[in-house]
Ligand binder design. Structure first.
Ligand code: MN
Length: 330
């Protein structure tokens, strides 16, 4: 699949390419965008990157740690879009208005296919991949592109982050890491930086404890624990923590001003009973108005704004209903 994709990438030659990804880009999104830039250059394009609503704090730390510089777009015309690590147009925010109208749309992603895959002219979508970065590294490797040691180190942060330090790694993650190590990646710096942050960040610790103080807990299917709560930020990290504390379905809502973001996680126990984060995110979007998408065990819904108490109540109902139906085989 990598070779076929690369053969088509020659269509980028001579074009000004806008590389982009999901809002609040995490290390996987930023690393994928970096490789998309390099790959586009290799194929004779003139690429630049735009991050809708900027990048996450952690992604910023990884850029600072490695000293990697990216070429940012500054309002020049766009002839092609190269989207990485995103499945739905809503994730691109205002950048989608540019990308939806360009004649060539390229997508590399590891989420379950959403509406971007429907309209992409050239795509490599593999939901079994544990990160978008590993797919991009495999492409770079097959194209004989070689990243610098600093870039390889940044790329390893994308894989570390999305696989949660290899707990969820797919076979490409290990293959890609081996390629990155050949390119001089200093993975120990990345793993140390991520571990220190996990333990220490004051605002993350506050978000976790506030989330716990506002937690709504329900039980479905005998032994599935569904928790719903809201935070100001760190909704994805908080959802992960809730799962590590024993929740089977975690819904963490955050008001992003103009939209609500719901981070959905499901445990192995929930998945084994057919309760998938992805389905819950789609249901939330359908029932409450918005868009959902992501992976089986980790997904996100973007919803229209409504009072937080209302959405906590409604989201819990949706998750409970989905779990109950899945357990009774419906
Ligand atoms: Mn990702």
């Amino acid at each position: 699949m990598f070779e076929e994709f690369l053969a088509e990438l020659t269509k980028l030659r001579g074009k000004s390419v806008l590389v982009t990804t999901h809002m609040n880009a995490d290390p996987d999104a930023v690393s994928s965008a970096l490789i998309a830039l390099r790959l586009s250059e290799l194929y004779g394009a003139k690429p630049c990157v735009t991050f809708p609503q900027g990048i996450s704090k952690l992604a910023r730390e990884m850029l600072d740690l490695t000293g990697v510089m990216l070429k940012y777009c500054n309002g020049t015309s766009t002839e092609a879009c190269f989207v990485v690590d995103a499945s739905n147009s809503v994730q691109l925010g205002e950048v989608w208005s540019t990308c939806s109208s360009v004649p060539l749309k390229v997508l590399v992603d590891h989420h379950l296919p959403g509406n971007i895959a429907e309209v992409a002219d050239l795509k490599l979508v593999d939901p079994t991949a544990s990160s978008a970065t590993e797919l991009m590294v495999m492409l770079a490797h097959k194209a004989d592109l070689r990243l610098s040691p600093q870039e390889a180190t940044l790329a390893s942060s994308g894989i570390y982050y999305d696989t949660r330090t290899f707990s969820y790694a797919s076979r490409y993650a290990f293959k890609a890491m081996s390629v990155l190590l050949d390119w001089g990646c200093d993975h120990k710096r990345v793993s140390k930086a991520l571990a220190v942050r996990k333990r220490g960040d004051l605002s993350l610790r506050m978000a976790v404890l506030k989330a716990l103080s506002r937690l709504k807990l329900e039980r479905a299917c005998e032994d599935l624990l569904i928790v719903t709560t809201h935070v100001g930020s760190f909704e994805s990290d908080v959802a992960n923590v809730l799962l590590s504390l024993g929740a089977d379905v975690a819904l963490v809502i955050s008001d992003k001003g103009g939209a609500l973001r719901v981070s959905v996680r499901t445990s192995d126990r929930a998945l084994s009973k057919g309760v998938r984060a992805y389905d819950i995110s789609l249901l939330l979007a359908e029932k409450l108005g918005g868009e959902g998408g992501g992976h089986e065990a980790a997904a996100m819904a973007h919803l229209k704004v409504m009072p937080l108490e209302v959405v906590v109540e409604e989201a819990a109902k949706v998750a409970y209903g989905r779990a109950s139906r899945a357990c009774s085989g419906r």
